[in-house]
Design a protein around this ligand. Sequence first.
Ligand code: SAM
Length: 155
Amino acid sequence: MKFEITQIGTIYSPYITKEECPIQGVTKPDGKGKIEIFPEYEEALETIETFSHIMLFYIFDRAGEIKLSRSTFLDDSPHGVFASRHPCRPNGIGISIVRLERKNKNILEVSEIDILDNTPLIDIKPYIPKFDIRDNANNGWVEPIKFHKKPENRE
Ligand SMILES: C[S@@+](CC[C@H](N)C(=O)[O-])C[C@H]1O[C@@H](n2cnc3c(N)ncnc32)[C@H](O)[C@@H]1O
């Protein structure tokens, strides 16, 4: 099946290149961004300011070659892309949990962002610890890895 998805807004961030963009927002909590929701969707933001964090769903519009298994930013071993957060995947959809700092009409100011400037936004959902935290979850193959800086020469 094929599906049609409509852009609902645009994500703006200080990150122009992939090299300067963090691997995950938690590694650079002060990274600030702005989300512009197109005016026809503004009503859908009602009460969103009651949440401290939101989940952004967006298109990896500058992803490179799609490979089903590859090494990641985190280590040299191959991992299936469904076992990683790598941007180059069959359906290039990204999910980022960001802190919602402020809402002003159809503009959301956020921090903890790991998204390139000018990225097309396709959905927003609130991050709700009561629903989203699993006390018994593990970190899979990521468990032993310490990551703070993106390795160079990795797409
Ligand atoms: C490892 S992904 C993680 C993204 C998200 N938190 C997730 O788990 O789906 C983060 C990297 O995606 C890349 N990226 C961000 N926005 C992108 C875009 N619009 N197109 C292609 N790559 C992008 C950047 O290199 C960034 O460092």
